[in-house]
Write a protein that binds this ligand. Structure first.
Ligand code: NAG
Ligand code: NAG
Length: 399
């Protein structure tokens, strides 16, 4: 990293996380009033995934938050500028019953995605739903069917897809500059630490825990995106099981194949790796998170660092055979859309609001894509021997 790079990191991180340039407050506009957001659960991810992006989006208003504990909801609301809060056993439903709420953000534990998304849709709200969308593909199918039936927007929050950086990697592959795709790997590992504590919800089987669900859904989504296809097979998958609960994977590695874009060619190879507890090197040297995409094509390769949080820092190194390598960065779109300090979540919110307002979003993650990602998560768990996470027992009233 050069000095200019380091300066850029500070500048973007300051604007993205600490002091975003706020938009001029919108005059009340009867033709297109701001969308009022309701947040289910005072989740730790919400400040980055929703609060900061919403504060810099003139068409979104932080409106209400619900938590099991009303004091927690109130503290969260006051800290982050929500007008209302709901709490207690009925708090989530009260938020959904509030007629002023237009859109709901659901970052609840995976095992509650289905129940509360179904309830939010039944209440007539558009939903931004954290990934993975459900515990099983069946849950995901049902949620999208209800959204469709009600004419509501439902989006699985695969925020990295909305950022120009990963879109640039895909554009290079799709341009044919390097020839047909031969191999695509993606990795997301988090160093061993607090997450692997059995008390963490990510380690709770009944709540849809496991590394392949949590951080593993990213590399899977990413290789499917870059290959512009679903895998043809899971060749092998191995999981490192949690010592306290063998149904939970601390990490999973899976080898997949995709059909080649060229008839008669060998299938495209793909390895995805994820870990919530990547052990120190040689047992004692702490690791950095690994957040890489590695692509091999017929006539060159592409390596990308940091497809998940590209706003902080990323690079895309393109190595065409027989020519000098080049490094690209993409913090904004070539069209000029976006700001270099926009988080993936801010780009995502832009698209979500565009969709709700009936405009065409720059990018979308469509229902088939979300359903397929869950299907292949389940197939990988089947291959590694851990099996699918338990399907929600919630039965919607109309069913
Ligand atoms: C995936 O394939 C690589 C070789 O391409 C092999 O080294 C590795 O052991 C395989 N991983 C699994 C989980 O089967
Ligand atoms: C992809 O991962 C496999 C398995 O670890 C490895 O053998 C292969 O070299 C990797 N390919 C790239 C392009 O990184």
């Amino acid at each position: 990293m050069s000095v200019t790079d380091i300066f850029g990191v500070f500048k973007r991180v300051h604007a993205a996380f600490i002091s975003p340039p706020l938009p001029p407050s919108v005059e009340s506009n009867d033709a297109s009033p701001p969308l009022k957001v309701g947040l289910l659960g005072a989740a730790a991810i919400a400040p980055h995934a929703l609060v900061m992006p919403a504060k810099t989006h003139p068409e979104v208003e932080l409106y209400a938050v619900a938590a099991r504990d009303i004091t927690r909801a109130e503290t969260f609301a006051k800290k982050h500028g929500f007008k209302k809060w709901y709490g207690g056993g009925d708090g989530y439903q009260q938020l959904l019953d509030d007629p002023a709420v237009d859109i709901v953000y659901n970052p609840l534990p995976n095992g509650l995605h289905y129940e509360w998304t179904m309830k939010a849709l039944a209440a007539g709200k558009h939903v931004l739903l954290e990934k993975p969308s459900g515990d099983t593909a069946e849950e995901t199918r049902r949620m999208f069917a209800l959204a469709d039936q009600k004419g509501l927007v439902l989006l699985e929050a695969f925020h990295y897809r909305f950022h120009p950086a990963i879109q640039r990697v895909k554009a290079i592959i799709d341009s044919g500059e390097l020839g047909a795709l031969k191999e695509v790997n993606a990795t997301l590992t988090i160093p061993k630490g607090a997450i692997s504590n059995p008390a963490n919800i990510r380690m709770n089987y009944d709540l849809g825990g496991g590394a392949m669900m949590d951080c593993g859904c990213y590399p899977l989504s990413c290789v499917r995106y870059l290959a512009s296809a679903n895998p043809s097979a899971v060749i092998s998958a191995t999981a490192t099981r949690h010592p306290k609960d063998p149904r939970i994977d601390l990490g999973t590695t899976a080898n997949l194949t995709f059909a080649s874009s060229k008839p008669g060619e060998e299938p495209v190879k793909s390895t995805i790796r994820c870990s919530l507890a990547h052990p120190p090197r040689w047992g004692f040297i702490p690791r950095l998170p690994e957040i890489d995409v590695n692509v091999v094509c017929e006539r060159g390769s592409i390596d990308m660092f940091n497809f998940v949080m590209p706003v902080i820092y990323h690079y895309i190194t393109v190595k065409p055979d027989g020519a000098a390598p080049r490094t690209e960065k993409a913090y904004t779109f070539e069209s000029g859309k976006g700001e270099d300090w926009w988080l993936t979540y801010r780009y995502q919110l832009e698209a979500f609001v565009d969709k709700v307002k009936g405009r065409t979003p720059q990018t979308w993650v469509n229902p088939e894509d979300s359903i397929a990602n869950m299907e292949w998560i389940e197939k990988i768990y089947e291959e590694s021997g851990l099996g699918s996470r338990p399907q929600s027992t919630y039965v919607p009233p109309s069913a």
